[in-house]
Design a protein around this ligand. Sequence first.
Ligand code: SAM
Length: 320
Amino acid sequence: MCIFHINYDHKSVLLEEAIQALNINSTGVYVDGTFGSGGHSKLILSKLTKQGRLLAVDRDLSAIKIGKIIAEQDSRFTIIHSTFSKIHKHIENMRLTGSVDGILLDLGVSTLQLNDDNRGFSFMRDGPLDMRMDVSSGQSAAEWLSKASLEDIVWVLKTFGEERFAKIIAKVIISTRRYKPIVRSIILSKLICDIVPYRNVYKHPATKSFLAIRMYINNELEEIAQVLEDSLGMLSTRGRLVVISFNSLEDRLVKYFIRDHSCVVSIPPKIPLTDYQIFSQYKSKYKLKDMGKLMPSKKEIERNTCARSARLRYAEKLMI
Ligand SMILES: C[S@@+](CC[C@H](N)C(=O)[O-])C[C@H]1O[C@@H](n2cnc3c(N)ncnc32)[C@H](O)[C@@H]1O
């Protein structure tokens, strides 16, 4: 089977921290919305007894192949090929709405995807410019770039990449594609390098454009907004929502979602009320308790540079 040729070197980010933030109940029901190589899922499973259950989803078929191997050996584990914006439907089919003890989302792409030359996610590697996490649906980045208007390209680069040079990059894409189709990652990467100045040795000039196009092609922000909204219905009282994000747009969505559904009350110290007694006063409006933010340690960043931009935010569902 081709899984033996897959590069398994994805290092799970904020692994221990995410599991601690989930505050695992060993007989509980958990959801891993971004299975990837299964690093977080495996640690969750190790904390569950026979009664516990873990539902994992991923939109990438390579991740599903890895998950199926675990599912064959462990009846507590189920893996489904799906986007996380549809998890609530699977949870409903399993009659688990309102009974989920924790939902984990580790956003973005895995090293498995980045290092696969056939996927086109990396500006450092040559391959077909695809960038779809789910190659079984939607349009590839190359297809989109072959017909997108100048305005659309500018909008995508600015909106999802916050790219200052969006207009000039879009113009060069339009003029280049007239004589040379932009169908390989290295063509796009070189084209951007030729026009965007190298100001920062740590940041490749194509970083923002590749991120922007990937986020657009995979509808990433809408996916996140949807799953966050659905999480409120899926979680049980005191269930935890844990989200690891890797860029400011993702993190902002998570931060504002938690903030908008959380109640910040300043109660003078030594008032003999529990958090739940306080929050229950606001129950019609507020559904979450903001548990804060965690960042990777210096040690983790040294071990895994991919962790450097990671932010973990978590919240607990209040009694309703
Ligand atoms: C950073 S990796 C997760 C790594 C994983 N936590 C581990 O420890 O191996 C992100 C994964 O989420 C998947 N993914 C991203 N957006 C998704 C979405 N909207 N629905 C389902 N899966 C998604 C990607 O395909 C990728 O496999």
